[in-house]
Design a protein around this ligand. Sequence first.
Ligand SMILES: *Cc1c(COP(=O)(O)O)cnc(C)c1O
Length: 388
Amino acid sequence: MPHTGRHFLQIPGPTNTPLPVLAAIAKPTIDHRGPEFQALARGVLADIGGVFGTAEPVVIYPASGTGAWEAALVNTLSPGDRVLMFETGWFATLWERLARRLGLEPELLEGDWRGGVQAARLEERLRADKGHEIRAVAVVHNETSTGATSDIAAVRAAIDAAGHPALLLVDTISSLASVDYRHDEWGVDVTVAGSQKGLMLPPGLSFNAVSEKARAASRTARMPRAFWDWEEIIAANANGFFPYTPATNMIQGLRVALDLLAEAGMDEVFARHKRAAAATRAAVAHWGLETQCAVESEHSPALTAVRLPDGHSADALRAEILERSNMSLGNGLGKLADRVFRIGHLGDFNDIAVTGVIAGVEAGLAARDIPHEPGGVEAALRSMAGNA
Ligand SMILES: *Cc1c(COP(=O)(O)O)cnc(C)c1O
C-alpha cells in the first residue's frame, strides 16, 4: 500500500523544514555580489548572534556540521596540540577522531554514554596539567547519540576553578535553537552549529561563533587552513559579502527561520522542546522501557533515545514503524547500534505532532511483540497538560 499523508521525519536531524523556509529557499538564485544579497547577508549576520547568545562574530560556512567542527580546530590550534574531550557518546568520539586525523593530540576522558560531561573530571585533569599543555577543551552540548545534554556553565566553571587557560570549544549542532544556550555568558570560545536541526533548515550550512580570545589564538595558530579561515570571512562579512560563493538560497531560508524563531520567542521555543521531551519520557516510562540517558537532570529537550529489552532489534522496530506509519526514527549509533532507537523532538513541531509520534511508536511496539504497557499517548497528554 502506498503511504498517504505526510511523512513523519522524527530523526534528531535533519528535521522538518517549515513551508515558509522552503519557499524562501525556492526563490530565484540571486547575484552573491549584488546589492540584494548584500542587504540579506547584513541582516542575517546582524541577527544570527541572538540565537547563539553572542555579540561576537558568527562565521557561516556552506558545509555540514562536520566542516564547522574542523573549522573550530584548525583556526585555533597548531599541529600536535593537546585537546581535552569527554566521551559523552558517538558524536564526541567522531570529533575526537577528526582531531586526531588533523594531527592534533586529543585526549578523550572515558564515559559510559548514559549522561553528560562530568565537569569535575575535566577539572581534575586540567589541574594535573601544570604546564598548560592542553590548549583546548572540546565538548558536545547535546549528545545526539544518547539524548544527554551537558551543563556548559559547569564546564566553564571547571576550567576557571583549575585556573587553566585552555580554550572552550562546544558542539551545539543538535541543541542550538532547541536548548537554552549562551555563548557569551558561559565564556565559550568557539560554538559549532549546523543548519539542519534546531534551526529548521535543510542540511548545508554550519557555523562558528567565535570569541575575542579564539580570534587572538587564531593569529598564532599554525594548523593549515584556507577554506575555513575565519579572518577572511569576517573581513568580507563587514560589507555583507563572503570571500567565496555563499549558499545564497540557504541564507534566504535562514532569514525566514530566524524570523520564525524571533516571532515565537526563544523562551517559548525552549519551553516547547522541554514539554515534548517530558511527554516523550512519560510515554517511555509508561511503556516500561528505559531511556539511554540515565541522569535525571541531563535528559535532552531535543531527542529521546530509548533502549529496547535484550533480544529485541531496534532496527527491526524502526523498519516496522517506517512501513506501518510512514515515520522515520533515529537509529542507534556506534555501540548502541540496534540497541536503541531515537525520537527527535526538535525544530518545527507542535504538541499534537508529539502525540502522533508516540502513537506510531506504540503501534510498532505492539506489532513487533515488544513487551510494553499500552497507553503511552495518555501518559504523554497528561504530562503536556501539566506543563502547558
Ligand atoms: C548531527 C551532528 C553532528 C554532525 O553534523 P553533520 O552535519 O552530519 O556533519 C555533529 N555533532 C552533533 C552533536 C550532531 O548532532
